[in-house]
Design a binder for this molecule. Sequence first.
Ligand code: 8YV
Length: 298
Amino acid sequence: MTVLQVCPLLPSLEEALRANFKIVESPADDVVTAITSSRYGVTTEQMDAMPSLRAIVHFGVGYETTDVSYARSKGIVVSNTPDVLNDCVADLAVGGLIDVLRRLSAADRFLRRGDWAHDAFPLAVKVTGKRVGILGLGRIGGAIAHRLAAFDCVLSYHSRHEVPDVPYRYADSPAALAEAVDVLVVATSGGQATAGLVSASVLAALGPAGYLVNIARGSVVDEPALVAALESGTIAGAALDVFADEPNVPPALLGMDNVVLLPHIASATTETREAMGDLAFRNLRQFMTDGTLVTPVP
Ligand code: 8YV
């Protein structure tokens, strides 16, 4: 029962893996399953180097770092950890939205610098009642919308397909969505299909009073266009938990007081990471027991 551990994982998950399976850290002929995180995935070269590989288990909901079609073509099934992180990711999206509009992080810096002694902190922007557009109304996007409804926000969304039975207005393109809202929240999956969806023209449509919140993947936003839009005042500000080339953040963003920068922490609470670890472990154990996965990717 040999398992390839591709990258460092949650300590409790690593412990459970070591207690139950033979763990190796590089591809070998007898590896049946590989466990990895959304950040690393499993490369096609790694798949090719493991002839007995039959399952790839991801710690994380995203799996764009693994070529799932290639895996399928080799008879390898793939799982992720959906749903268990919806609440925390949605909480953080709302936190980032409030931070960037009310300028919480900027106000914290202002106070720590000692500026309060001689200045009043500038007025910020009201959150309640704002028009918010969700790009990608999936499980996480839905949880974000649900929370923002309690702030009396006027919600609309764009997804590949209109979602039945939701009370939010559908916009038929990312630009049409951006045009109609004060805040655009990116909650799509990553990968090829969504790469660069938030383009320079979408940012222009969001406009000089508009804010961008991204808790999805850096790849969904044209990052150089975003930096340019923030530099020129094409948009008012941004709250970003994800970047195109993590952990590298465009240096220009570091000096901007109207940008909230977070080190990809949306799912990073003890409760949620333990739940993700537990679900990843259950996928692995079930596959090793009966050849099926608890939460195979769609
Ligand atoms: C984690 C994530 O940071 O679930 C995802 O897709 O991006 C985050 O929850 C990631 O899984 C850890 O590598």
